[in-house]
Design a protein around this ligand. Structure first.
Ligand code: SF4
Length: 238
């Protein structure tokens, strides 16, 4: 993840401005930002990460969306990481902050994994590789647009080669399951068959709060799959 000096100064300034506030949400934000700032100061981006950060292949595609967003890639990986989170694409909040899973989906995913933000954002331990590195924007109805296939075709073989072998892979959401596992089976069927892929790989639904109803319909996910997942995460990090 490459962030310029101006970005760091802006983050530091806005983080310091939160220190006077007693609000719990702001305290959580301070902790997350502090960890993020430390991470980006200690992480040297590889040449591939720098290359991805400069990518504007989808500029015209994004300009034609209802949100008219610009490309802002959020690569978050480094060679030798232990856990790979293969996800979908950044959402709006991630696009605005440049921090992957810096939202309620991330809170839920960290809870599923049984780890805190400090571990989650340590790229030596956890790398995050979405199907597309940029937020695809919204359509005219305000729905999320799909990750642009060109991103996978352009970058993913190189990114996966650079990351190398990992101890544990989490494949998160329908798009990532289709790409990484090469299956078009319904998501529930793939996730329900997690034992066929564990302990090296866990297929997971997207941790979005929009999937709360799915979690209620499939209680085995919390009672059976999550304990297995947390054990696998602890083993990979040990
Ligand atoms: S989504 Fe991928 S291919 Fe498109 S601009 Fe972003 S980094 Fe480039």
């Amino acid at each position: 993840m490459y962030v310029c000096q101006r970005d760091i100064v802006t983050l530091l300034s806005s983080t310091l401005s939160l220190l006077d506030c007693d609000n719990c949400f702001n305290k959580a934000t301070i902790a997350l930002r502090t960890n993020y700032i430390l991470t980006i100061m200690l992480t040297r981006p590889t040449s591939l990460v720098k290359e991805i950060n400069g990518c504007t292949l989808c500029r015209d595609r994004f300009a034609a969306t209802a949100t008219r967003n610009r490309p802002r890639p959020v690569p978050w990986f480094q060679p030798g990481t232990r856990i790979l989170i293969a996800g979908q694409a950044p959402g709006r909040r991630v696009h605005e902050t440049g921090i992957p899973f810096n939202d309620r989906s991330g809170d839920r995913l960290r809870d599923w994994m049984g780890i805190n933000s400090a571990t989650f954002y340590d790229q030596g331990l956890v790398s995050i590789l979405p199907t597309a590195f940029c937020w695809p924007g919204y359509d005219a109805k305000g729905s999320d647009l799909p990750p642009p296939p060109i991103c996978w075709e352009t970058w993913h073989d190189r990114a996966l080669a650079e990351i190398g072998e990992v101890k544990l892979r989490l494949v998160v959401g329908g798009y990532a399951i289709k790409r990484h596992l090469g299956t078009s089976k319904p998501l529930t069927q793939v996730v329900a068959g997690w034992r066929d892929l564990a302990p090296a790989t866990f297929p997971l639904p997207h941790p979005s709060w929009r999937n709360t109803a799915w979690l209620k319909r499939n209680p085995w996910f919390e009672t059976d799959l999550l304990p297995d997942l947390r054990r696998a995460v602890a083993r990979a990090l040990a």
